[in-house]
Design a protein around this ligand. Structure first.
Ligand code: PLP
Length: 408
């Protein structure tokens, strides 16, 4: 019989544990560089002005109700999501090769894709999923939970604090034909290191030669560079090259809709005369999985995003808001690097400005991270990752000085 007393204790989620420790700290100097959520220059959550405007508009709509959405979610939202991700002129959209499901943010999109692949992916002898080393910790759990075996490819070079490109290509090349390769579309979490466009072309070639299946996770479009097209470049390149693929799209960061769980899963079939029918069959199976998991997705966040994505004026305002967020983070990178350079802090700090997006992989050791927490009330994950959004004009010098002390 099932015995609840045989259930072992699971470890606490490290990130949420870190948040709790930060909240308990009573020092007025404390700095939160843990969770990946945007903060303004006063270290406060920022409601995007465009989201406020869309919210007002939403509440003025007399026809709004609390009925269920369809299983695949709000169609205006998923259609607009295809366009923002793949481009308005995308051939894949025109040829009706894309099927999209509204999901519980990016996490739900990764999960839906993982569940689908666990059920239907038949290529290769062992259906291994290759994740970058390191990657967003939840990737491991999500794919493991659906019983897909996990393997890794090298990604981060500790020496250069940049991309281990040769290691990555080599591992992808040596993976059994037809493996699933998970790729971060931009602003890689946790490292902040992205391939260049030339490197992406090479990666696409290698994946193509090996008949692998790409699975893009896109959690930071527009948030990384401030330019939606630029941050989607890798995905669009792979589509142009004719790949079939899964894409997980999150609106948590780029709309600041973290808790509303607005996201989208896309399946794109390769160019073939029956590609649209194939896509329909895929969608029919996705609908069953979605129905059994969540029945239908939550409405509010998708309604907000949909209003913005489908209105030229609001869309332009969103792009401006994206530039505000990405611009402040890029500015913080420059200020932090300049402060460290000025103090002559041992080591090189170019990687702070070379890296992009929410996070920076500082290269600080676990020991240094713990000292920063205990002596300086600075909270970051043990792997030396900092959330750049936690830095602002008032605390970056304090943080730089603390780093200077622990690395000397
Ligand atoms: N994928 C990556 C790489 C992420 O960094 C995140 C968020 O941190 C997500 C997916 C999903 O986030 P959410 O479920 O909040 O959209």
């Amino acid at each position: 019989a099932f015995r609840s007393d045989a259930v072992p204790q699971a470890p606490e989620d490290p990130l949420f544990g870190l948040m709790a420790a930060y909240r308990k700290d009573t020092s007025d100097k404390k700095v939160d560089l843990g969770i990946g959520a945007y903060r303004d220059d006063n270290a406060k959550p920022w409601i995007l002005p465009v989201v406020k405007h869309a919210d007002q508009k939403l509440h003025e709509d007399p026809n709004l109700n609390h009925e269920y959405l369809p299983i695949a979610g709000l169609a205006e939202f998923t259609n607009a999501s295809q366009k923002v991700l793949l481009g308005v002129d995308s051939l894949a959209i025109k040829e009706q090769r894309v099927r999209s499901f509204q999901t519980i943010s990016g996490t739900g999109a990764v999960h839906l894709g993982a569940l689908f692949l666990a059920k239907f992916y038949r290529q290769g002898q062992e259906k291994a999923v290759y994740l970058s080393s390191p990657t967003w910790a939840n990737h491991n759990q999500i794919f493991t939970n659906v019983q897909l075996p996990i393997k890794t490819y090298p990604y981060f070079s500790a020496k250069t604090k940049g991309l281990d490109f040769d290691g990555m290509i080599d591992a992808i090349d040596r993976a059994p034909d037809g493996s699933i390769i998970v790729l971060h579309a931009c602003a890689h979490n946790p490292t902040g290191v992205d391939p260049t466009q030339e490197q992406w072309k090479q990666i696409a070639k290698t994946i193509h030669n090996k008949n692998h299946f790409p699975f893009f996770d896109c959690a930071y479009q527009g948030f990384a560079s401030g330019d939606l097209a630029r941050d989607a470049w890798a995905i669009r390149h792979f589509i142009q090259e004719g790949f079939e693929m899964c894409i997980a799209q999150s609106y948590a960061k780029n709309f600041g809709l973290y808790g509303e769980r607005a996201g989208c899963f896309h399946f794109v079939t390769g160019p073939a005369s029956d590609a649209s029918e194939t896509a329909n069959r895929v969608a029919s199976q996705l609908a069953i999985l979605q129905r059994s998991e969540i029945s239908n997705p939550p409405a509010y966040g998708a309604r907000i995003a949909s209003l913005v994505l489908n209105d030229d004026k609001l869309f332009a305002e969103w792009e401006a808001n994206l530039r505000t967020m990405s611009g402040r983070i890029i500015d913080m990178r420059q200020k932090l690097k300049a402060a460290l350079d000025k103090m002559g802090t041992p080591g090189t700090w170019d990687h702070i400005t070379d890296q992009i997006g929410m996070f920076s992989f500082t290269g600080l050791t676990e020991k240094q991270v713990l000292r920063l927490r205990e002596e300086f009330h600075v909270y970051m994950t043990k792997n030396g990752r900092i959330s750049m959004a936690g830095l602002n004009s008032k605390n970056f010098e304090y943080f730089a000085k603390a780093v200077d002390q622990v690395v000397r």
